[in-house]
Every structure is written in structure tokens, then in C-alpha cells.
Design a protein around this ligand. Sequence first.
Ligand code: ASP
Length: 319
Amino acid sequence: MRPAIIVHGGAGRLRGEDVGRRLEVLREAADKGYEIMARGGSALDAVVEAVVVLEDSGLFNAGLGSALTFDGVAELDAGVMDGEGLIGAVAAVRRVKNPVVLARRVAELTDHVLLVGEGAERLARILGLEVPEEVLVTREKLERLRELKARWARGEDYTWLAKLRKLAEEHPGYFGTVGAAAVDREGRVAAATSTGGYWLKLRGRVGDTPIPGAGFYALRGVGACSATGIGEYIIRFSLCRAVCELMAKGLPAEQAAREAISRMSAELGEGLAGVVAVDANGGVGYAFNTEAMTVAYRAAGMERAAALAPRKADQRATA
Ligand code: ASP
């Protein structure tokens, strides 16, 4: 069996300036994951290492590039799961550059699925995964936060959840979570997702990313999925679980992704989310109901990963 991997750099609006660079890094991440599996490595290794590339790039809202909370701290979430029984996640960690690695360690070293805040950081410290807070809360980001807040303050009444969707529309590049889904040569599937949440979120807020079935999910012999978008809605819909259940009924990854997103649009509205998925046959797929999404994938017969930034209109054209 040939391996396959698909990665994403978030769904939402595209910020013009660095789309090219983002696509290059996405391609690099997909190639890295693919090559790990081509050498006999597992889908789990592939998705974790692909997400580490994206976290370390600083170009996405995950790892080094993570957004700040309303009061100026970085609280990162990540989750990882494979079809072999491994599942781990961390939420609201402040001093961890690669939360996806810590999520994996939660699965491997503890009896728990999800560790949050200080407890998760304590594990990170023991494992040497801790970084100084300034690595994630840079002067540049604090400046951006000030700008976002000022824009927010001009003319908006602050009612957090009711305004959430509007907020997302008004701030280009608002979402930029990263994730990966892969199937390896032995047919094992895995998914991983990592995020800084979104700008101006309240401290202590946890999104879909570390919630199994919402931001990530994998089913043995079926497929795996990673999501991005407004976490509060993705949790309500259990988006990745929905995609995996459709694949369990026999839909290839691409159709399952489209069907789940179209059901989510019908139930909760447009502009909310995107997913990437693989099925156990080596098929890859993505779908979104936001303005755009960035993805890269590599499947059987491809010399190199392909990276693209489809817009909603393109998606309709090929649906
Ligand atoms: N899903 C993430 C969250 O709500 C945000 C994103 O996808 O960028 O935390």
C-alpha cells in the first residue's frame, strides 16, 4: 500500500502577502510526512512531524506563529490520534513551542487523553519541551494585538459569542491553525491538529483543536481527519467525527469531507470551518465553507507534494 498525507494551514480569509511562503512551507510539511512513511515510518510519525514543520515556521496560527488572547498571552491547543488506539491532547499551554509533540507524549506517557494549563506545562518541563514565554509572546504580536483591539473598540459592542462570526469576517488571516491526516504503507491512519486559537479569545478558552471528534479524529481501517475554523461551531458539529463516520460508510475522503461540510453549512451556516481527510485506501480530500483554505497533499504517484489555496468559488466549480 502507498502512503498518502494531506496537511492544512487553516481556513478563513487569505492574507495576500505571505500566501506563497505559506504554500511552500505546507508543501515542505507534506513532503516531510510522506517521506517518513515512504521509509516505513508510521502515519502517526508523519502527521506529528508535518505539524512540527508548520508550528516552527511562524507563518501559521500554531506554535511560533500563535495568536494571543485578549489580555496578551499565548495559549496553545493541540491533539493527535491514530487508528491504533493512541490519543492525546493539550490545551491552554503557554510555554510550549510544539504542543503537538506534547500531545503525543500525553498519549504515550500518561493514562489521560487531555491535559490543560499548568499541569500540561509541568509535563513539558520534565520532558524538556518548555520554552520561555517571550518565544511565543513577541513584541510584534503584542503590537498586532493592540491594533486588533483598537479596531475592535471602534464601533463594536463586545458580546463575545454573538460577535464571534463577525469578528472572524473582519480580521483577515484570523484563522491559521495547522493540521495533518495521513495513511501509511501498512494502512494505519493518523491525524494531528495544532493551534493558537484565535486573536482576542478569552483566557482559558479552549477550542475544537484538542477535542477528539471535533478538531481531530482517526478510525482504524477507515480514515483520519483534521479541522480548522471557529472552534465553537466545530465542537457543536463534531466535525472530524462526522467526516470519519461518512468514510466508515464507504465514502472516499474527498466526498466525505464535502458531505460533512455541506451538512455543517446547512445546520450552522457558512463561513465556519474546513477539513482535510485521508481514507484507508490512500485517498485524500479537503472541503471548507470559509472564503478560502490552504492545503498541501502527496499521494501515490506524486513526486512532490502539491500545495494550493482554493477559494470558495473554485471549490464549487469542482464539486
Ligand atoms: N479551530 C481553531 C480554534 O477555534 C481556530 C483555527 O482553526 O484557526 O481554536
